[in-house]
Write a protein of this length. Sequence first.
Length: 357
Amino acid sequence: MSKYKVIQWATGVVGTAALKGVIRHPKLELVGVKVYSDEKAGKDAGELAGLQNTGVVAIQNIDAIIAMEADCVLYCPMPWDVAEICRLLESGKHVITPCPYWYPFFQDKEAAEQLQAACQSGKVNFHASGCNPGGIAERFPLTFTGWCNRIDRITMTECGDCRTYSSEGVIRELMNLGKTPEEAENNPIKEMLKAFWYEPIEMIAEGLGSEVVEYEARHNYILANQDIDTAVGVIEKDTIALNNYLHIGRTREGTEIIQEQIWYMDDIEQTRLQKTMDIPRRSGWRIKIEGDVNLIVDIGFPPELSQEEHVAQGMSTTGFHLVNSVPAVCDASDYGIKTYLDLPMVTGCMGNHTVTR
Ligand SMILES: NC(=O)c1ccc[n+]([C@@H]2O[C@H](COP(=O)([O-])OP(=O)(O)OC[C@H]3O[C@@H](n4cnc5c(N)ncnc54)[C@H](OP(=O)(O)O)[C@@H]3O)[C@@H](O)[C@H]2O)c1
């Protein structure tokens, strides 16, 4: 059986998990690694992933990556660039990413058109995956709606003590942790962030045979009452140490679809925050469906794991979801953007792994 040839693009927190997944996956062959940092360039991919050497060496040159022969690129940078994604697609490589665009057809028509055209030109597919979005926000709730009939509200809540998440870009820029409320209000990506959360809301609506007719965004913050040490440095007193984002879409029938995040830089007791909020869980996710069937699906990690392990495993789910999507995305027909409404079920793949107990 020939293997799918894969390039790993960027080896941050998510990219490193994906790299490990590619090296281990029995149906995949790692053929290239793109890195940004000078320290990582020239290193073996196995060393970057904490595994044995693979013979594949990390490089920085984008043209060399574009020229490589490969089936698929797992594109995991921060920030991302739609023009760069299009270049990869036009070079005849499928692209899977934890970055946008999960369902860009309404929120960013221009990007959707560019991606579709690049897919047609390269005769390939584009798929945005991940954990949330890319799983909790749309794939799993859509699956559970198959158990329901009348649906009044679907709520996805993500809770995370993020003190050990080391991505400055995600924590400080995307999630505003460590910024003042004024800085957060004026963050140029605020509107972009809304659009990103409306994308999976629209995918759910489409999956239910409906459409979103009304949108609402609420961004609530709680400040630190002292300096807090974290993996991205000190979150200073009087800056944001908990953010609670709510993005809501209402369908034409009145069904509410709610994406909620509670990201905080403290433990669940919240003694370092200026006030507390009711956080349903230390870290993990809740999918709640209300209607004539009322369902609560809690997804989390065993309580005996440390907080660091919770965050690391959360990031692994993001990376591994990309890796496990490779066969489905490479084999999908009618080149273009592939969402969960287009793809078959994505599963893990054990191959001939040795199981450890
Ligand atoms: N959908 C989801 O569930 C989900 C979850 C988490 C994150 N994400 C997204 O996944 C992406 C990666 O997240 P992460 O946690 O791995 O972030 P990260 O740890 O900050 O890693 C980002 C990587 O981007 C590369 N980079 C450095 N400078 C860059 C530049 N100027 N332009 C582009 N890339 C640059 C670096 O690669 P090297 O280290 O190889 O040099 C860096 O490690 C982000 O865009 C984030 O928004 C999605």
